[in-house]
Ligand binder design. Structure first.
Ligand code: SIN
Length: 485
């Protein structure tokens, strides 16, 4: 990566200024593909988190008092700046996260799209006039910003996950404190630099990386923080939700998935295979919505497995900074070891590994794509979110059986089904207990659609016209005496 990259910032961003941690401490951020240090980053803690909360609170009134149109101008500027600096941002993202450069470039566009979308939506935050209960009353509802928002984001999409929290928050009139994952702080800190270049008032966006526990405690316990939005694992989501209950904060939780990908025997098999490869191996399988359990109808499972085996041979594993690579490393060695343990568990319990992609580095954190046949609901590969390039195939006979197996999980984020039968596509899509369902479609993420899950995959929606609601309170105003005098 070009060390002259002007978006590579390594201090906390508080109240419009860059600052070191008061302790002077910092931590090393490594490139997962090489293990080499990219740079050190200031290790913020409670002190910096408190300062960031104070700054966000101080900036709140001024930001809320702007007209929606004025706020939208800032969001449009951020959208333009993200696209203008797409290459520098993609280089930072791949260096710290590992995903191949083309995917990193696509992520920057994806993240930028939320700023444009919410720049537009921000000018359409309408209220209601409600028929009153008596002739002299007038009743209206207005929508107002929730207030100061804490955004805690993961390492798998370090730009887009933050973008889809900051953009609606700012559009609604909220100010934010961001705590990105320590594996990928630089993609997040770049937002600070771009916020300054966009002229966004000091304190509206604050970013602190470092001591996760201390920062998390400061954010969840503060009375000034009125909402917490989190993307990450279900277990951490539950801990944060419990901590937020003490101050009755609003929460949005985008948590883990266990996506079924159902292929019926009347599906276009080639399209289904292609859709699966794009979906399953995006970001080396480190995606909450990627296919986790591939349910294939009995009569086509062998053909499907053959075609899938052929398709994955074209995947090239290696350093994401090389333009020829299609699958980068996992985020760290432990992640790869965990994926390997899930594969070993399946094989020990009777699954058959099919051909793995060739031309690959093999040592963790790299891991070759693998197909597992004869997977059952007793195996970890069925029960857990794999978060790696492993495609477990599970056979089914009937539509009812497929639906039952697909819903046999506490997760409820994304599901996919492939069929040419129009009635079946409606029937099955409605029966699946998931927040998002792709029907003959595996690329379901975009700024116009409501991203989010049900059951233990969380609550709230990001993106779409619904995405603003999570950052708005409804105020009902009843005017009496309107007909007097
Ligand atoms: C995620 O893995 O949490 C997000 C994936 C996406 O937005 O497509």
């Amino acid at each position: 990566m070009n060390q002259e990259n002007s978006l590579l910032k390594n201090q906390a961003f508080i109240d419009g200024n860059w600052c070191d941690a008061k302790t002077g401490n910092s931590f090393v951020v490594e490139n997962p593909a090489t293990g080499e240090a990219i740079a050190r980053c200031a290790l913020a803690g409670e002190t910096e988190a408190e300062r960031a909360i104070q700054a966000a609170d101080k900036a709140l009134n001024g930001w809320q008092q702007l007209t929606a149109k004025e706020r939208s101008v800032y969001l449009y500027r951020l959208h333009e700046l993200l696209l203008e600096h797409q290459e520098d941002l993609a280089q930072i993202l791949t260096a710290e996260q590992g995903k191949p450069l083309p995917e990193a470039r696509a992520e920057i566009q994806y993240g930028a799209s939320y700023f444009k979308w919410f720049a537009e939506e921000s000018t359409r935050i309408y209220g209601d006039v409600i028929p009153a209960s008596s002739p002299d009353k007038r009743v209206i509802c207005i929508k107002q910003a929730v207030g100061v928002v804490a955004c805690i984001t993961p390492w798998n999409f370090p730009n887009a996950m933050l973008a889809r929290k900051i953009a609606p928050a700012l559009a609604a009139g909220c100010t934010v404190i961001c705590k990105p994952a320590n594996e990928t702080p630089f993609s997040a800190l770049a937002f600070g630099e771009l916020a300054n270049r966009a002229g966004i008032p000091a304190g509206v966006i604050n970013i602190v990386c470092g001591d996760t526990e201390a920062i998390g405690e400061a954010l969840t316990s503060s009375q000034l923080v009125r909402k917490l939005t989190f993307t990450g694992s279900t277990s951490v989501g539950k801990t944060l939700a419990a901590a937020c209950a003490k101050t009755m904060k609003r929460t949005s939780m985008e948590l883990g998935g266990n996506a079924p990908f159902i292929v019926f025997d009347d599906a276009d098999i080639d399209s289904a295979v292609q859709a699966l490869v794009q979906n399953k191996f995006r970001n080396a399988g480190q995606t909450c919505i990627c296919a986790n359990r591939i349910l294939v109808q009995n009569s086509i499972i062998d053909l499907f497995a053959d075609k899938l085996s052929q398709a994955i041979q074209t995947l090239n594993v290696g350093n994401g900074l090389s333009e020829t690579v299609s699958i980068g490393p996992l985020i760290h060695r432990e992640a790869a070891q965990n994926v390997q343990a899930i594969v070993d568990d399946a094989i020990n319990l009777g699954a058959t590994p099919l051909i793995q992609a060739t031309k690959s580095l093999v040592a963790p954190p790299f891991i070759k794509p693998i197909i597992l046949k004869h997977v059952s609901n007793q195996m970890r590969a069925f029960k857990e979110e794999i978060f790696g390039p492993v495609a477990p195939l599970i056979r089914f006979d009937t539509e009812e059986e497929a639906i039952r197996m697909a819903n046999d999980t506490r997760a409820g984020l994304a599901a996919y089904l492939f069929t040419k039968d129009y009635s079946r596509s409606w029937r099955v899509a409605e029966a699946l207990e998931y927040g998002m369902v792709g029907v003959n479609d595996s690329a379901i993420s975009n700024e116009m659609a409501p991203f989010g899950g049900i059951k233990e995959s969380g609550q709230g929606r990001e993106g779409s016209k619904y995405g603003l609601d999570d950052y708005l309170e409804i105020k009902y105003m009843s005017f009496g005496d309107t007909t007097a005098g």
